[in-house]
Design a protein around this ligand. Structure first.
Ligand code: KIV
Length: 278
């Protein structure tokens, strides 16, 4: 088995200029496939609120939801680092709450690290979680839990003021002790500046090619989620079409009696049957 990918491997990858591959996972079977295909990190993202639960944002996701999915994913991951999102309102009320909820994701969910959204305003919270020996990944730019503050899922950092704020956020996260920073939906030139400014790795999603790694929502990149396909998504497969085809074939084979076949069927001794029939 390949050596486990750890938070230390994140830093080494940046230093060696070797791109970090990260994908979301929400269940055991998918985690096993992504892990054995070689993904460095699996993110149990609160995007599960949208792609698994069918909500139009991540706001309603709970701690119990995250723990449930984290448990399944950690059972499927042998090599990849498993990072689990802190859901909306699990770290906003107090630092004490934040540390104890981060602890639950590690103890109950089996997370190797946690991720939370926000910059300068959460630096102290992050510092205290790290002090509790829990590795933290930051997440800045277009942070989906702030969708109602942004007035929609919109690219962030296009104006001078916003761009400077995102750079300040990245520096504050690094100073607070994060092991990596997710940059979501920011212009490529801005993520290049941030990637060159901070020493910790940057992981981009809709942030262009200069980040130290990339993350995508698996359901998006596998072509399984069509409610909303952002500009930055590349569909590397079209599983919805494949699944639909398979299901249509299944229904047709039931109708024409070609499934199940002999090889899918269990048998019993003739003698038992004749006794049963008596
Ligand atoms: O929840 C999630 O899947 C995420 C990614 C979009 C980075 O945070």
């Amino acid at each position: 088995m390949n050596k486990k990918f750890t938070v230390k491997s994140f830093q080494k990858a940046k230093d060696d200029k070797r791109p970090i591959s990260m994908l979301t996972a929400y269940d055991y079977s998918m985690a096993k496939i992504l892990d054995s295909a070689g993904a460095d990190a699996l993110l149990v993202g609160d995007s599960l609120g949208m792609v698994v639960q069918g909500h139009d944002s991540t706001i309603s996701v709970t701690m119990d939801d995250m723990i449930y999915h984290a448990k399944a994913v950690t059972r499927g991951a042998k090599r990849a680092l498993v990072i689990v999102d802190m859901p909306f309102m699990s770290y906003h009320v107090s630092v004490t709450d934040a540390v104890s909820n981060a602890g639950r994701l590690m103890k109950e969910g089996g997370a190797h690290a946690i991720k939370l959204e926000g910059g300068v305003e959460f630096a102290e919270t992050i510092r205290q979680i790290v002090r509790a020996q829990i590795p933290v990944m930051g997440h800045i730019g277009m942070t989906p839990q702030s969708v109602h503050m942004f007035g929609g899922f919109k690219v962030q950092g296009k104006s001078l003021l916003q761009a400077q704020q995102i750079i300040d956020d990245a520096k504050a996260l690094e100073e607070a002790g994060v092991f990596a920073i997710t940059l979501e939906c920011v212009p490529e030139e801005l993520s290049k500046i941030i990637t060159e400014t901070v020493n910790v790795p940057t992981i981009g999603i809709g942030a262009g090619k200069y980040c130290d790694g990339q993350v995508l929502v698996s359901n998006d990149m596998l072509g399984m989620y069509s409610d909303f396909v952002p500009k930055f998504v590349k569909q590397f497969a079209h599983l919805s079409t494949d699944i639909e085809g398979a299901v249509k074939t299944y229904i047709k084979e039931l109708a024409d009696n070609s499934f199940p076949e002999k090889k899918h069927t269990f048998t019993i001794d003739d003698e038992v049957i004749s006794n049963l029939n008596k």
